[in-house]
Design a protein around this ligand. Structure first.
Ligand code: SAH
Length: 334
C-alpha cells in the first residue's frame, strides 16, 4: 500500500494531482467551502473554551490541494488572538502535493511549515489537528481465518502479474471477543500505522491540551470484512493490476482508533455521522447566508450541502471522531 501510494517514481500521490473533479476522487472540502470553514472555527472554539492557551499549534494531516485550510483560515480571519501565536504545520508525504498546497495558500499572511512525517513535529505545544480522508490512506494489514488460524494476506508475483496469497505460517493474534466469532474466510484488518499515530496524538492532547478531528469513511463497531479498495477516475478499480495508477484505501476502524486515543490518555467523542456533525455545527444557517449572498449559485450551494450531509451520500458513511483532553467539555458538533 505504501509503495503503491508513495513510491517517489511511480506512487499514486507522488506523481499526479489525484483529488478534485478532474482527478481521481473528490473530497468534502472540494465539495463545499463550509466544510473547511467549520473545521477552522471548531479549533478556535475549542481553544477559547480551554482558556486560550498560549502558542497553539495547528496541524493538518494530508492537506490534499490545500482547500480545507484555505477555507479554515478565511473563517478564522476575524479571530486575531488565535491566529497571532499560531504555528501552522502540514504533514504531507508527497513533494508534488506540497507544491500544490503552497500555491493554493500563497497569499496567506500566517507563517506555515511543511514536514513529511508526523514524527518531525515537536510535541511541546497545545495541539489542534485536522485530518480529512487521511487515515484511510495509511497502510493496513489483513489476516484471513483458515483452518490453521489467522494467516496474513500477502502480495505475490505470479508470472508478470501481482496476486494475493496467504502466508503459510499463521500469525498468533489475540482478537477481542466483541468482534464476534471468526468463520473460515473471515478477514481481519489492522492498521498499526493509524493506531500508533492516533495514540501519539491522544498523548499530546491529553498532556498539552487542544483537540483533534478525524473525518473519514469507516465503521464505528468492529467486525470482520475486507474493505481494501482501489479508485481511479472516480470508479472502483482492480487493486493489483496497475499499482500507482489508482488510489488505494481502506475503511477506518473508528473503534480501534478510539481505543488508541484513550491509551494515549485522551477522551474521545463520537464517532458520529458527518451529517449530524455538520448539522450540529449549523450548516443550514451558513448555507442560507451563502445562498443569499450568491443568488445565482444558490442551487449549487444547496446541492453541495445535501451531498455532504444526506445519509445516502456522505452523511453517514463518513464519520467524525474528536480526540480531546480528558477533562475538556463536549466539543462543538457532538
Ligand atoms: N485532506 C485532503 C486530501 C485527502 S487525500 C482533502 O480532504 O481533500 C490524502 C492526502 O494525504 C494527500 O495529500 C496525500 O498526499 C497525503 N498522504 C497520504 N498518505 C500520507 C502519509 N503516509 N503521510 C503524509 N501524507 C500522506
Amino acid at each position: 500500500m505504501t509503495l503503491a501510494l508513495h513510491d517517489p517514481q511511480s506512487g499514486f500521490y507522488a506523481t499526479r494531482e489525484a483529488i478534485g473533479a478532474g482527478g481521481h476522487f473528490i473530497t468534502a472540502p472540494e465539495i463545499s467551502q463550509i466544510f473547511g470553514e467549520f473545521l477552522g472555527l471548531w479549533c478556535a472554539q475549542v481553544w477559547q473554551v480551554q482558556g486560550r492557551p498560549a502558542k497553539p499549534r495547528l496541524v493538518e494531516l494530508g492537506p490534499g490541494r490545500g482547500v480545507l485550510m484555505r477555507d479554515a483560515l478565511r473563517a478564522l480571519r476575524g479571530i486575531h488572538d488565535f491566529l497571532e501565536g499560531l504555528e501552522l504545520l502540514f504533514v504531507e508525504a508527497s513533494p508534488e502535493f506540497e507544491q500544490i498546497q503552497r500555491k493554493s495558500l500563497v497569499d496567506q499572511k500566517i507563517s506555515m511549515r511543511w514536514v513529511r512525517h508526523w514524527s518531525d513535529i515537536d510535541q511541546d505545544r497545545p495541539l489542534f489537528l485536522l485530518a480529512n480522508e487521511f487515515l484511510d490512506a495509511l497502510p493496513i494489514r489483513q489476516f484471513v481465518m483458515t483452518e490453521r488460524g489467522w494467516c496474513e494476506r500477502v502480495v505475490t508475483e505470479s508470472g508478470d502479474a501481482l496476486s494475493f496469497a496467504l502466508a503459510p505460517i499463521p500469525t498468533p493474534l489475540v482478537v477481542p471477543a466483541e468482534r464476534g466469532t471468526a468463520a473460515q474466510g473471515a478477514v481481519l484488518e489492522v492498521s498499526q500505522a493509524s493506531e500508533s499515530l492516533v495514540e501519539d496524538i491522544g498523548r499530546t492532547i491529553a498532556t498539552q491540551g487542544g483537540g483533534a478531528l478525524f473525518i473519514d469513511y469507516g465503521h464505528a463497531s468492529q467486525g470482520f470484512g475486507d474493505t481494501l479498495q482501489a479508485v481511479a477516475r472516480h470508479k472502483h478499480a482492480d487493486i493489483l493490476s496497475a499499482p500507482g495508477e489508482a488510489d488505494i484505501s481502506a475503511h477506518v476502524d473508528f473503534a480501534a482508533l478510539s481505543e488508541s486515543a484513550q491509551r494515549g490518555g485522551a477522551r474521545v467523542w463520537g464517532p458520529i455521522g458527518q451529517g449530524d456533525f455538520l448539522h450540529a455545527m449549523g450548516i443550514e444557517t451558513r448555507m442560507r447566508k451563502l445562498a443569499t449572498a450568491n443568488p445565482t449559485q444558490s442551487s449549487d450551494i444547496e446541492e453541495a450541502v445535501a451531498r455532504l450531509t444526506n445519509p445516502e451520500d456522505m452523511g453517514s458513511l463518513f464519520k467524525v471522531l474528536a480526540v480531546m483532553p480528558p477533562n475538556a467539555p463536549t466539543p462543538p458538533g457532538f
